[in-house]
Design a protein around this ligand. Sequence first.
Ligand code: NAD
Length: 361
Amino acid sequence: MSEHNVYVLPGDGIGAEVMGPAVAVMQAAADQVGCAVNVTQGLVGGVAIDATGSPLPEETLAAAQQADAVLLGGVGGPKWDDLPMDARPERGLLGLRQALGLFANLRPALLFGPLAQASSLKTELVADLDILIIRELTGGIYFGEPRGIEMRDNERVGFNTLVYSEHEIERIARVGFELAQKRNGRLCSVDKANVLDSSQLWREVVSNLADDYPDVELSHMYVDNAGMQLVREPKQFDVIVTGNMFGDILSDVAAMLTGSLGMLPSASLAASGVGLYEPVHGTAPDIAGEDKANPLATILSVAMMYRYSLDQPAAADAIERAVAQVLDAGYRTLDIQGNEAVQSDQLVGTKAMADLVLEHL
Ligand code: NAD
């Protein structure tokens, strides 16, 4: 029997609230496909600050580095908002991403059929939407040097550097090609090669890799057009690969197509195969502790973990199928209720929603 070590970091607010149910789903899926998942739990974010003074205790970092995959709830909240920038809960998450070398951020925009009415676009444009955005996470303009604010000609000037080296582009592009191979075989690389030198190199490196993946149809698109196409005809895309800043923006646009933050999982992968899995949403202090949070984003993050780090696609399929069945049966948490007339016994809280997924597993 294959064994996997998963390190669980519930974090703060609803992150902690949805984690228990998500771990229960993880164990049930493991039982179903006959693998073993050993779960250990640690501290990150605000709870770690309270317990140890640091948002990312050394012990947490060491355990994360040993694990096959890390599942994280969310960090932050008003209690820690007044701390200096580098002592805040979010530092814990950034430190973790950096230390694990997580360079590829995978953000699926998957719209379960029954939720199409929750999207801000017309139902027929988004029903059964299934796109995957791959964002480069450790390079580009967010990290490039030099950066800063300085005096030039008697006024302040702010500047950043958009820098990508060939190996960084190749590494993320290969993730794009390989995942396109596992999906519908179409990869769209997004850049701004008509204006930016770094994008010209990006386009050249990506194009040069295409011969290695003859089964993938590669296209290129400028980022401004990609933003427009995502809201005009989103189903034209299968996999999108792009740099850090463009991916940051486009993945949020794509997220909105699906209607609710409470449904969106994400994965961040390192070259070693280790991955950090987390819902896209934050800690939602406005509803924390009220059993109102939608647990499905975290549960779907568990499915991604089975698929991308633990090589257990059957467990991933089982979880995604169970979620689809629960939604098909009409059950909703408040955030995905939309304008539907949901029967009162089908409007459920965090725990009941997770229990329904468990039943359908
Ligand atoms: P948020 O995602 O926490 O909440 C935005 C809105 O969406 C809120 O109204 C919230 O109630 C709702 N929402 C979010 N997730 C939901 C769910 N699963 N079910 C139902 N409703 C849900 O974003 P925010 O309000 O900007 O940030 C709150 C805190 O979370 C801040 O401290 C922020 O720094 C932190 N944050 C953490 C992460 C992370 O850990 N990855 C990401 C984003 C924000």
